[in-house]
Design a protein around this ligand. Structure first.
Ligand SMILES: Cc1ncc(COP(=O)(O)O)c(C=O)c1O
Length: 437
């Protein structure tokens, strides 16, 4: 057997036996994996349905049209008013394509600061350095949460927008647990003549299932990745109002991409159909209920939850009061079989690689069928792990840091206490099996 296939088997086992608590991850459906692993990956089809630059696209056209109509149906959008592009390879190229469609080089963008829960693809420049391509092309300005509440003060964003006068206002909460008020942000954008892009990559499935508010009535463009709460393959959908749809399409292809990944489009179409079911609606509501239960239990255990609680599928834990870096907690939890994502918190003085927070999510646990009771158990394990490793800071001296962190990583995977929790985690995973084929 090819080594790669052997490694895939190991990865499958890892996914079965650990708690996937990264908010942007999920288990897709077996039918989605069938579509993505299908012969559709062999086909080239630059262009759009009925207007391709290649022959032999009869079935590819049917699939792409079906994907588009399923997307509009799922989100109850009038095809006279809304269009959807299903070809973007993922969230970052989708955002780049949107900016390229709506802006001229040098135009101003107002987006959410990364440390406060925003995303790199909304433009990231830091300490005078332009890090993403978008920040090299456009002039990125940030809005922030109020550090005391961890929530947006919309009046302050309004004030900032009037000062900056952006051409595009972007929202999108990668690590922002409250729901975003699209109505307010749309109004702020319109006052200064800007477009409003609602990036609902994280909330897509929650919106589809009715567990989070819809952005469509208050946005010019709505972008969502398809692999998070929506449970599809990695990809993205760009919904836009009809007036700007041609600009978006020609920006995706030939603007920033070549041939579409037809196998992915088919997988997205499968996931969209699944998301219309009552079962999916229940899933979306349970995902939020589980995140709330997790946040409540962690609070009881003495953790500070950024923004107080959650209204979505994610919980952001501030570890500063525990005097331990998210780096240590992330590795110790991994040794215990709990896979999380260390994260910056608002006004973090630490860096994104060694941040002060921990980002937790419930989408994959909920796909396994877990409920509030299991969230309580998991919160208990997290608290025990944090207590077990105790206060620890990242050494400033690079040599000392390298040595200490390497030793810590080796130690945790031999630590009897953590391995004991790992056993309990595996037993819980066995009780909630997942069909990975
Ligand atoms: C809000 C938001 N936008 C865009 C993206 C980028 O998606 P991708 O990783 O598919 O490029 C992410 C990814 O986590 C995200 O959270």
């Amino acid at each position: 057997m090819d080594k790669i296939l052997q490694i895939i088997k190991q990865e499958k086992k890892r996914q079965e036996e650990t708690l996937m608590m990264i908010p942007s991850e999920n288990y897709s459906y077996p039918e989605v994996r069938t579509a993505v692993g299908s012969v559709l990956m062999h086909k080239y089809s630059e262009g759009y349905p009925k207007k391709r630059y290649y022959q032999g696209n009869e079935f590819i056209d049917e699939i792409e049209q079906l994907c588009r109509s399923r997307a509009l149906e799922l989100f109850k959008l009038d095809s006279e008013k809304w269009s959807v592009n299903v070809q973007a390879l993922s969230g970052t190229p989708a955002n780049l394509a949107i900016m390229n469609a709506l802006l001229e080089p040098g135009d101003k963008i107002l987006s959410m600061f990364l440390y406060d829960g925003g995303h790199l693809s909304h433009g990231w420049s830091f300490k005078g350095k332009n890090i993403t391509l978008s920040s090299k092309i456009w002039n990125i300005n940030f809005y922030y949460v109020d550090p005391a509440t961890g929530r947006f003060g919309y009046a302050r964003i309004d004030e900032l927008a009037r000062k900056v006068r952006p051409k595009l206002v972007v929202s999108g909460g990668t690590a922002y647990a409250p729901e975003i008020d699209h109505r307010r942000l749309y109004a702020i954008a319109k006052k200064v003549g800007a477009y409003y892009l609602a990036d609902v990559s994280h909330e897509a499935g929650l919106i589809a299932g009715g567990a989070n508010r819809r952005p469509f009535e208050y946005a010019d463009v709505v972008m969502m990745t398809t692999h998070k709460t929506l449970r599809g393959p990695r990809g993205a959908l760009i919904f836009s109002r009809k007036e700007i749809a041609d600009k978006i399409d020609s920006s995706v292809f030939p603007g920033v991409q070549g041939g579409p990944h037809n196998h992915t489009i088919a997988g997205i179409a499968v996931a969209l159909e699944k998301a219309k079911s009552q079962e999916f609606k229940n899933y979306a509501h349970q995902t939020v209920a589980n995140a709330k239960a997790l946040a409540t239990e962690l609070k009881w255990k003495g953790f500070r939850i950024v923004s107080g609680s959650t209204e979505k599928h994610l919980v952001l834990v501030d570890l500063q009061s525990k005097k331990v870096s998210g780096w240590f907690v992330g590795w110790a939890l991994e040794a215990a079989g709990i896979i999380t994502n260390r994260s910056t918190v608002p006004a973090d003085s630490a860096t994104p690689y060694y941040p002060s927070g921990l980002r937790l999510g419930t989408p994959a646990l909920t796909t396994r069928g877990m409920k509030e009771e299991q969230m309580k158990t998991i919160a208990g394990w997290i608290a025990k792990v944090v207590e077990h490793i105790g206060a620890r800071t990242i050494p400033e001296d690079p040599e000392k840091r390298l040595k200490e962190l390497k030793a810590f990583k080796e130690e945790v995977f031999k630590d009897k206490f953590l391995l004991g929790i790992n056993k309990e985690v595996k037993a819980l995973c066995n009780k909630f099996p997942i069909d990975l084929g």
